[in-house]
Design a protein around this ligand. Structure first.
Ligand SMILES: Cc1ncc(COP(=O)(O)O)c(C=O)c1O
Length: 397
């Protein structure tokens, strides 16, 4: 179990691996079966305690705190880097996935007649910035959809082959709506063979599925912090490939993204040099000790458990749910080809509202959208508890 936070020690030690007692590291959920972690991750006690301690300390701004928010930013950057390729210089702190993706769209070259590839139904943070960029440059946006029986990887590979002027593919690793997973080994190889830029939204995978940065070689990758990174709203990350750390064009010009020297001067007639690496993309307004402390506490615990162990434990949970649905005669509602942590139930359309209501009455929290119920557990839920879903829905078999 985590050690409690105190003002002198705002970062309680993370619970050690293995994961047997992981559920006790979370704020208790009472009788609610919370399966909406794809909307917002469950709150770790250590994250909650770190936030409260930082909030308390912020009431006395005249007292010096250590680490300072700029120091915390660097510590957070180093923790985030461990989820990518270990290079802190590659990571920028931004307030949202949309902010990071807009900086990516602003930086990558695109011209009239070029094409940008996205998935149909892709999360809007990784769509709207490309619509704008295409409108500004005269490029075309190409939305990939699947034919009958095709998976998303096959559909993307077909679309790449069919687009001679494809310049950028802006994709997720795991789809936000039903947990479908893209085979980025194959997709990245097809893109690299033609020099097409890859931009990734990892908001539904980072913290569970490790990105293979060396193999996929994306130009940019983003993730929100408040889902599978067990952190907070308003603090996301942007990973940038080496060349964009020198040439990237941020969408705002906050002083924290510059290096004004020891005297902190910003001359009117000369450019102030950029801060090193991806820090040029650092957004303003993030020097908030509450969010920084919470984000760090979440990552420390996540890294102590390890994404691979988390993926394996969450895979056990979603498999247990499939087995329970099979036993209840509802196995046909759930496709099995999904990420370990995120799946969807597709009841007959006419039943959907009453099925959703039945789950709510049984105090099971999930998202209902686009004709499916999205179920996404984390380690606060034991594998055995997932059978509650099948029990609640058994009468629909
Ligand atoms: C795939 C994906 N990207 C991004 C976001 C959120 O992005 P933003 O930080 O821009 O609100 C979500 C939230 O559900 C998501 O599922």
């Amino acid at each position: 179990m985590s050690r409690a936070a105190t003002p002198a020690n705002p970062h309680p030690a993370p619970a050690p691996a293995p994961l047997d007692a992981a559920a006790t590291a979370f704020v208790p959920h009472g009788d609610v079966l919370y399966l909406d972690c794809a909307a917002q991750g469950p709150r770790l006690q250590a994250v909650h305690a770190a936030g409260l301690a930082a909030y308390e300390a912020a009431a006395r701004p005249w007292q010096r705190v250590s680490p300072t928010p700029p120091e915390q930013r660097e510590q957070l950057r180093a923790l985030l880097a461990r989820l990518f390729d270990g290079e802190a210089d590659a990571v920028a702190l931004v307030p949202s996935a949309a902010h990071g993706l807009a900086a990516a769209a602003n930086s990558l070259p695109l011209g009239e007649g070029d094409a940008v590839l996205v998935l149909d139904g892709q999360f809007p943070s990784n769509l709207l910035c490309w619509q704008q960029r295409c409108a500004d440059t005269g490029a075309r946006l190409c939305g990939v959809s699947r034919t009958q029986g095709q998976d998303w990887t096959g559909a993307v590979l077909d679309a790449i082959a069919a687009q001679p002027r494809l310049r950028i593919a802006a994709l997720p690793h795991v789809r936000w709506d039903d947990g479908s997973t893209l085979d980025l080994d194959r997709i990245a190889a097809a893109l690299q063979a033609r020099g097409i830029f890859l931009v990734l939204d990892l908001s539904q995978s980072l913290g569970v599925l490790a990105p293979d940065m060396a193999r996929w070689r994306p130009e940019f990758a983003v993730s929100v912090g408040y889902k599978w990174l067990l952190g907070v709203h308003g603090l996301a990350c942007l990973w940038a490939a080496p060349r964009w750390r020198d040439q990237g064009r941020p969408i705002e010009h906050h002083w924290c993204a510059r290096d004004p020297g020891p005297e902190w001067r910003f001359p009117v007639q000369a450019d102030t040099p950029w801060a090193a690496g991806a820090r040029r993309f650092d957004a303003g307004g993030l020097d908030d000790p509450v969010r920084l402390s919470m984000a760090m506490a979440g990552l420390e615990q996540l890294l102590a458990w390890g994404p691979a162990a988390i993926a394996s434990a969450l895979g056990e949970r979603t498999r247990a749910l499939h087995d329970a649905l099979d036993r209840a005669g509802l196995g046909a509602w759930a496709a099995r080809d999904h990420a370990p942590h995120l799946m969807a139930l597709k009841p007959p359309a006419a039943n959907l509202p009453v099925v959703y209501e039945t789950l709510r009455d049984a105090r099971i929290a999930c998202t209902c959208r686009y004709g499916v119920l999205r179920l996404a557990p984390h380690l606060h839920v034991a594998a055995g508890e997932l059978s509650r879903v099948a029990d609640a829905l058994a009468r629909f078999a």
